[in-house]
Design a protein around this ligand. Structure first.
Ligand code: COI
Length: 439
């Protein structure tokens, strides 16, 4: 530790006060050690469904107390991770902000009294909602901080750190949001819906895919961000042929599935648009759904540039998941850092789910002039309504990968040079895998 503090920190716009309080925390670690020495109690999707299916007062309170005691353990592990980073990294803009947020959340959870009654639980849900809101910008903040730190960390270390941070964050939000949803359903005595907490027990995959397709194709065709002039105002984004097992359903967190599908389709559309600039009609994208006994597979095939980001990249497509600039040079691009700065310093962070994005656009459409163009541009991300849901900050693919792996699935990208890219999403159908968090 002393060694770290003695090193002259290279910082990018970190304020001194924040740096001092960050350093102070290094000495306030007793409670943290206590929590970080505990094992996390990981769950499977199936356990979440079974437990939540027949809710009563006692079980709801039990669920609340599980979240209350489990979250500080998960946060403590990640604070320890942050403390193991070189000082030059933990003091970077973005990382320092997340470190402070986590400390504050850790202290609040640790001190939160036991939940004994339904009204205690209501108060606990309000507390959770506030923290979820407070942490809205954690991902862009981390992404900003780690991009700026990329020159100081070996790529393997950087990527495994980010993976642990992001998976753990997803897991904490899942537990918090699931408990809030269970509590809301219980309060409404809502036993008819197919939802158990945030899990849709009859999630219709083709409906989700079609929803993403519609949202994406409703935008005006525009590749100006990629430096392309857009004289052809009538051109449309490529059609998406949805095929395969169109009636397949499974139990899953709809927001996670839609996040992944949306990001992959968006990338495929851009890549196709860029490759076929000279054509008035673009070759279709194929989204194929395959349901086997224990797995749901979705393949998204495009005939775009052979990289899912729409750029010609020599590195392997998997490097697009990386947060290290040595694997993915775009991480240090000025426009990306600028967009990350804007999003991470906004109170609202990003609109993470496809539904949130849709609502955002609808609100903005309603509030804006009739000529409103439904596409977000990086120079257009700060608006009166907040921050656009999808500025190009480069986290869609790594996050999709992490969402896919959270309950034991996978995401693989295979490019055929000169032809296009196939993205394979595989998600376990039985829900028996434990959350993929480390510790
Ligand atoms: C996060 O969003 O980063 C969280 O940790 C949220 C959780 C404390 C409810």
């Amino acid at each position: 530790m002393k060694r770290l503090l003695r090193r002259a920190p290279v910082t990018h716009g970190v304020n001194t006060e924040r740096r001092q309080s960050t350093a102070l925390h290094f000495y306030q670690n007793r409670q943290l050690e206590l929590y970080a020495s505990k094992q996390t109690k990981r769950l499977t999707l199936r356990q979440l469904v079974f437990f939540g299916r027949s809710m009563n007062e006692e079980r709801l309170i039990q669920s609340g107390n599980y979240v209350r005691t489990e979250l500080p353990v998960r946060i403590a592990h990640r604070i320890r991770d942050l403390q193991a980073l070189p000082y030059v990294v933990v003091t970077q803009e973005g990382v320092a902000r997340v470190y402070e947020l986590y400390w504050s959340a850790f202290e609040k959870f640790r001190r939160y009294p036991e939940i004994k009654t339904l009204s205690d639980n209501e108060a606990f849900c309000a507390f959770l909602r506030d923290i979820l809101e407070e942490h809205a910008a954690v991902i862009p903040s981390l992404s900003l901080g780690l991009s700026l730190s990329s020159p100081y960390l070996p790529p393997d270390q950087l990527d495994s750190f980010m993976r642990r941070m992001l998976v753990s964050r997803i897991s904490r939000r899942v537990l918090a949001e699931h408990h809030i949803a269970l509590s809301e359903h219980f309060a409404r005595r809502d036993s008819r819906s197919g939802d158990v907490g945030i899990i849709d027990t009859g999630l219709n995959i083709s409906e989700s895919v079609n929803k993403c397709v519609k949202f994406l194709r409703d935008r005006r065709f525009d590749l100006e961000e990629d430096g392309v002039d857009m004289p052809d105002q009538d051109k449309e984004w490529p059609e998406v042929v949805v095929e395969g097992h169109l009636n397949a359903k499974f139990s899953y967190i709809r927001e996670h599935l839609e996040y992944i599908v949306f990001e992959l389709l968006k990338n495929s559309m851009r890549a196709t648009g860029l490759k076929h600039l000279d054509k008035s009609t673009l070759p279709p994208i194929h989204a194929t759904i395959a349901a086997s006994t224990d797995e749901i597979g979705i393949r998204i095939s495009d005939q775009g540039m052979s990289s899912t980001s729409g750029r010609v990249i020599k590195a392997s497509p998997q490097d697009l998941f990386s947060f290290s600039h040595t694997r993915n040079a775009a991480r240090l691009e000025t426009s990306r850092i600028g967009a990350l700065r804007t999003v991470s310093s906004s109170k609202q962070g990003m609109k993470a789910t496809v539904d949130e994005q849709l609502q955002w656009w609808k609100r903005r459409r309603r509030d804006s002039a009739p000529s409103f163009d439904v596409d977000a541009r990086s120079d257009d991300i700060e608006t009166e309504a907040g921050v656009a849901p999808h500025p190009r900050i480069g986290i869609g693919l790594p996050m999709s990968n992490i969402f896919a792996r959270y309950f034991g699935g996978s995401l693989e990208l295979i490019s055929l040079d000169g032809w296009g890219t196939d993205a394979y999403i595989r998600l376990p159908k039985l829900g028996t895998n434990l959350e993929g968090i480390e510790l």
